[in-house]
Design a protein around this ligand. Structure first.
Ligand code: SN0
Length: 326
């Protein structure tokens, strides 16, 4: 495995899930796999779970994690090509990436969508530069359009808590004061489409996600109807993906608090579990009563971030070791 980006990168999902549960049961069983290996975790944006769970996963595998916060710990990096560097960016990514790569075996990158230029974001420009100029395996730690470590942890959580063979999973848009990327809902949709679940997406009109990630999923614009008999409710805000109107890309189209997941929303479900990737804005996305209630999975879901990251890093280390005949 030399990149972790899409659901297809993990291969067979049953196999990935059984590996995940093995890793969860015996996290230190592969302690020698990462010996003398280094992973560089590069953050262009804030993080709590991703930074801590990635370090923990690396340590469980006996690997050395190094964290770099771009702009605060390092020089500000220029990512545009052919530019006269007379602004506040001191170093170009064309030098920075190969330098970073020369110090490590695997690179993890967090680089959010800028939400200004749809084409630039949806081409995954920054992540692809790390692949091109780094020449090392790359993990997306939430890049412009995907957050695969989160979606894999979500799938593990659903597998652990599901009571029926084919649970109904509803991804619901919810209001937020800021414009947020589409990476989390894109990946969640992509992974749920590949999983044995009855998947429904609900959002106000104009928030249609890119069919590249959602094709095949049912969209129900009536939130209450979508939530009927749900076994899992996955709430998330995202800004306008610009699918129906590219000129609105990255904009907030609605702050309708009627979409906040509260007890009345949960009442129409099949006593559903509540999920969110965190960080969450209380009483915007979800009411205190639901997130603090007995069906909230947000903490076990976050704990599974170590498991998903560890499976991905384990696979990359195995590929590296195989390639080098160790
Ligand atoms: C990010 C997002 O993609 O929605 C990261 C989620 C894992 N979330 C935020 O940036 C939330 C920021 C805020 O102020 O609530």
């Amino acid at each position: 495995m030399d990149k972790f980006f899409n659901v297809s990168d993990i291969g067979n999902l049953d196999k990935a899930l059984s590996e995940a549960f093995q890793v969860k049961k015996t996290p230190y069983a592969w302690k020698s796999l990462g010996e003398n290996r280094t992973i560089m975790l590069v953050f262009f944006n804030s993080s709590l779970r991703t930074r801590l769970s990635s370090q923990k996963a690396a340590l469980n595998l006996g690997m050395n994690p190094i964290v770099l916060n771009i702009g605060t710990d390092s020089w500000k990096l220029e990512t545009s090509m052919g530019i006269v560097m007379d602004g506040d960016k001191s170093e170009h990514i064309k030098e920075a990436i190969p330098v970073i790569a020369s110090y490590c075996d695997i690179i993890g990158v967090r680089s959010f969508a800028g939400l200004q230029d749809r084409e630039y974001d949806y081409a995954e420009t920054v992540l692809n530069q790390f692949i091109e100029y780094g020449g090392k395996p790359v993990i997306s730690l939430e890049s412009a359009t995907v957050h695969p470590c989160q979606a894999f942890a979500d799938l593990i959580t659903i597998e652990e808590y599901r009571k029926v063979a084919r649970p109904k999973v509803v991804l619901s848009w919810a209001p937020h004061p800021k414009a947020l990327p589409q990476a989390v809902p894109n990946s969640f949709a992509q992974w749920m489409n590949a999983a044995p679940v009855d998947f429904v997406i609900t959002h106000p009109r104009g928030y249609e996600l890119d069919p590249k990630f959602t094709a095949g999923a049912r969209i129900e614009y009536d939130q209450m109807k979508a939530l009927e008999n749900a076994d899992f409710v996955y709430a998330k805000n995202w800004s306008c993906p610009g699918v129906t109107d590219p000129s609105k890309y990255g904009q907030i189209l609605s702050k309708d608090m009627g979409w906040t997941i509260d007890d009345a929303h949960m009442a129409v479900t099949n006593d559903a579990y509540f999920m969110h990737c965190l960080p969450v804005r209380r009483n915007m996305i979800v009411s205190d009563s639901v997130i603090d209630g007995p069906k909230s999975l947000v903490i076990p879901e976050a704990a599974n971030r170590v498991v998903s990251a560890q499976v991905v890093m384990k696979r990359m280390l195995e590929s590296l070791n195989d390639g080098e005949g160790i």
